[in-house]
Write a protein that binds this ligand. Structure first.
Ligand code: AMP
Length: 551
């Protein structure tokens, strides 16, 4: 017997309609690319999103057509987010931090027909345009007077175009399974691959972000979004924000400590999501510039971090400087991205920070809607005992079923499980601890050593800014850990001191065989340490004769 409830399609326009109808006055504050703060609200965003939709009609953009953006976090980008998706076109956010050739590959692979870009990327757009045959026009996100003088075909001015459109537009209704957004993976190896979200997946993921045991996004929050709108749609938060009417604070291109602190203070920010590096920069700025009284009156109570393992020091400083609790989350582009989130359980309530720390250091616990399991090399599920290490597999309504245009072939098994390439263990409550990327594991004499754990310990040394641990070949143990360290400016620490610091915190056989001090570590476009490059460079480190200049 079928249920007798209505079958209404889950469309992103329903989220925006809600914000427009009930939270029109709730603010959207942006640091504009031009510099000053820009104040808008959900009502204005919705109206301008409709102007964008009318513009797309005028430009003959068909349903399903990809519209690329190369832009920072600000109101114009947000309008395009909703204008494009709600009208049935596909939002294709491009990460400008990738190498130009990768940016070109991604726009070409997506066959995007228009490109909306911030003027800060004008030179990149001009460089790439001759090799982007599918792009019919380039829309500069600015007013007429700020138009860049670049030589690209069909250069258009966003504010002029919008001024010619009305804000009247009835959002169309269509199949909830139609594509809404295309995000490419960061592509540490090979070419980036496209992950194509649907309206249904985006709305269900938004509902998940609103739930109390994940990000608890609600009408009362003022959300500072430091994750870029071009990285997995800013972790999906803008869509969830619309569905609640939360206030949004968008930092533009300025993620330095002073700019972020000003927003946290002046916009009564209650929740902020950022990768660990952004947090570390903010705390360093606070330490250098503020005395404790300046922090009174701040409203920041919950902070979210992920993308890479969150070091202990970030959790401690969020607590000490803001009184904020860390939500350590894990996910990936292939899962929209959220899979786990470190919200506490009843037994953690009343614990002090030291007691809770082991929980915060884990990558969060499985959320409803994302099925997460750990399997051994033969694909058998491992016990949830907090010890058994294997690869994470995921499935669920916001997990991909295959990459765009079938790149990479069949990537989920018959039961829908996707192999994430992350290596972890899980406890009985569903908390996972990521020990490595599958490609980064160090196998010494057949036993696994967690590079992530060693890195976290190394960065807890006061002289260490950033650390990476990679496998280096060894005649007896096959692989041994090598620690690469970027020291803080002016800080001194020797190899012997660092090894002594680590030695009472880990098993003896985990101790790195050597420590190399580097000027800086290479990063991917999403801020992760580029381990592939380090392995290429240092894979033979222990085979090199000691005492040579390279060792
Ligand atoms: P991306 O698709 O660019 O968002 O990258 C996803 C990858 O980032 C995951 O597969 C993990 O390897 C890594 N990652 C994400 N969150 C965490 C975390 N909290 N701790 C460690 N690694 C993480």
């Amino acid at each position: 017997m079928l249920g007798l409830m209505q079958q209404r399609p889950l469309l992103i326009s329903s989220l925006l309609d809600y914000a427009e109808r009930y939270h029109a006055g709730r603010e959207i504050v942006s640091r504009s690319v031009e510099g000053p703060l820009h104040r808008s609200n959900w009502g204005t965003i919705a109206r301008r999103a409709k102007q964008v939709a009318n513009l797309l009609q005028r430009l003959d953009v068909a349903r399903g057509e990809r519209i690329a953006t190369l832009a920072w976090n600000h109101n114009r980008h947000l309008e395009i987010y909703f204008g494009v998706t709600c009208s049935g076109a596909v939002l294709h956010t491009v990460n400008p931090r990738l190498f130009p050739e990768q940016v070109r590959f991604i726009i070409d692979d997506a066959e995007s027909s228009y490109m909306f870009f911030d003027v800060t990327f004008a030179a990149l757009v001009e460089q790439l345009a001759p090799r982007l045959p599918n792009v019919r026009g380039y829309v500069a996100l600015c007013a007429r007077e700020a138009m860049p003088s670049i030589d690209v075909p069909n250069l258009l001015c966003y504010e002029d175009l919008l001024a010619a459109e009305t804000g009247d537009h009835a959002w169309p209704s269509f199949d909830e399974d139609l594509a809404s957004a295309l995000c490419y993976t960061s592509g540490t190896t090979g070419n980036p691959k496209g992950v194509l979200q649907s309206h249904r997946s985006a709305v269900l993921h938004s509902l998940a972000l609103m739930s109390a045991d994940t990000m608890a996004i609600s009408a009362r929050e003022s959300l500072l979004l430091c994750a870029p709108l071009f990285h997995v749609n800013c972790w999906g938060i803008p869509f969830a924000a619309a569905g609640t009417g939360a206030k949004l604070v968008l930092p533009g291109m300025k993620l330095d400590g002073a700019s972020l602190f000003e927003l946290i203070r002046d916009e009564a920010v209650t929740f902020c999501g950022a990768v660990p590096t952004v947090w570390l920069n903010l705390f360093a700025w606070m330490e250098a510039n503020l005395n404790t009284t300046d922090q009174r009156g701040l409203k920041l109570r919950r902070v979210l971090s992920g993308g890479t393992a969150v070091p202990r020091v970030v959790i401690e400083k969020a607590h000490n400087y803001f009184g904020a609790t860390m939500l350590h989350a894990w996910g990936m582009t292939e899962m929209s991205p959220l899979g786990t989130c470190g919200s506490l359980l009843a037994q953690h309530v009343g614990m002090n920070l030291d007691e809770r720390m082991p929980v915060h250091l884990k990558q969060g616990r499985t959320i409803y809607g994302a099925e997460v399991r750990i399997v051994d090399d033969d694909g058998h599920e491992l016990p949830r005992d907090g010890r058994s290490v294997g690869e994470i597999q995921v499935r669920g309504p916001w997990v991909l079923s295959g990459y765009f245009k079938g790149a990479g072939g069949k990537v989920v098994d018959e039961d829908g499980w996707f192999r994430t390439g992350d290596v972890a263990h899980m406890d009985a409550d569903g908390f996972i601890t990521i020990t490595d990327r599958a490609k980064d594991v160090i196998k010494s004499g057949g036993e696994w050593i967690s590079s992530i754990e060693l890195e976290n310990l190394a960065v807890s040394h006061p002289a260490v800014l950033e650390a990476a641990v990679v496998a280096t070949r060894h005649p007896r143990w096959q692989e041994r850990p090598l620690l690469l360290v970027h020291r803080k400016q002016g800080a001194e620490v020797s190899k012997e001191e660092l090894l002594a610091f680590l030695s009472d915190k880990i098993a003896k056989w985990w101790l790195p065989d050597d420590v190399v001090f580097v000027e800086e570590l290479p990063h991917t476009a999403t801020g992760k340490v580029l381990k592939t490059r380090l392995r290429e460079e240092y894979g033979d480190w222990l085979e090199r004769p000691a005492g040579t200049t390279s060792r």
